[in-house]
Write a protein that binds this ligand. Structure first.
Ligand code: ADP
Length: 192
């Protein structure tokens, strides 16, 4: 199955992606993780990306789309994938469609994890303590939320127009949210 997971920073997207990967045995493709890895390895791309990420801005589309294109070229995506953190604006959504069209493997499900902003602030504060991510400072988080509203929220409409979107309530225990996602996937995989 080819799944795109959508949701604000701190919506639990990454957590749910990891659970789905385990359950469905599909590769997890996260641009955030790929970028953090490039930073850790000290590559030129990583160095370019770090200052942008630390400000809470989006890394340029050609960089992330290039990373995704390379990743989608690998063998293990033949049975599907879980995309997390990409696409993050409408231009990236269009690039993704073009890439997947070339592969003959269009997106099948887009799942939006809905959560209220109050909860997000709390969750990110907690994660900042646990993981020490340099982009989890209060000021950066505020900017990431603004960037999300302006650039990423429209991606939800993009998939809605194409009849691919389902919204899932993102509050409660991670296991409960996971059950909601699985039940959506199950329903959609039933023959009509
Ligand atoms: P979160 O969803 O919690 O914000 P991510 O790990 O998905 O965390 O992303 C962290 C940062 O990496 C983003 O704020 C952005 O700077 C950069 N990034 C990740 N994915 C993309 C993308 N698709 N396009 C541009 N920038 C990205």
């Amino acid at each position: 199955m080819r799944i795109v997971l959508l949701g604000a920073p701190g919506s639990g997207k990454g957590t749910q992606a990891a659970l789905l990967v385990e359950q469905l045995n599909l590769p997890h493709i996260s641009t955030g993780a790929l970028l953090r890895d490039a930073i850790k390895r000290g590559t030129q791309l990583g160095m370019q990306a770090k200052s942008i990420i630390d400000k809470g801005e989006l890394v340029p589309d050609d960089i992330v789309s290039g990373m995704i294109e390379e990743r989608l070229g690998k063998q293990d995506v033949a049975n599907g994938f879980i995309l997390d953190g990409y696409p993050r604006n409408v231009a990236q959504a269009a690039s993704l469609d073009a890439m997947l069209e070339r592969l003959g493997q269009p997106v099948e499900e887009a799942i939006q994890i809905d959560i209220d902003p109050e909860q997000i602030i709390k969750r990110i504060a907690k994660r900042a303590k646990e993981e020490g991510r340099s982009d989890d400072t209060e000021e950066t988080v505020r900017n990431r939320m603004r960037v999300y509203e302006e650039q990423t929220a429209p991606v939800v409409g993009y998939y809605e127009e194409r009849g691919l979107l389902t919204r899932v309530l993102g509050d409660g225990l991670k296991e409960e949210i996971f059950e909601r996602i699985l039940s959506v996937l199950n329903q959609h995989s039933q023959p009509a």
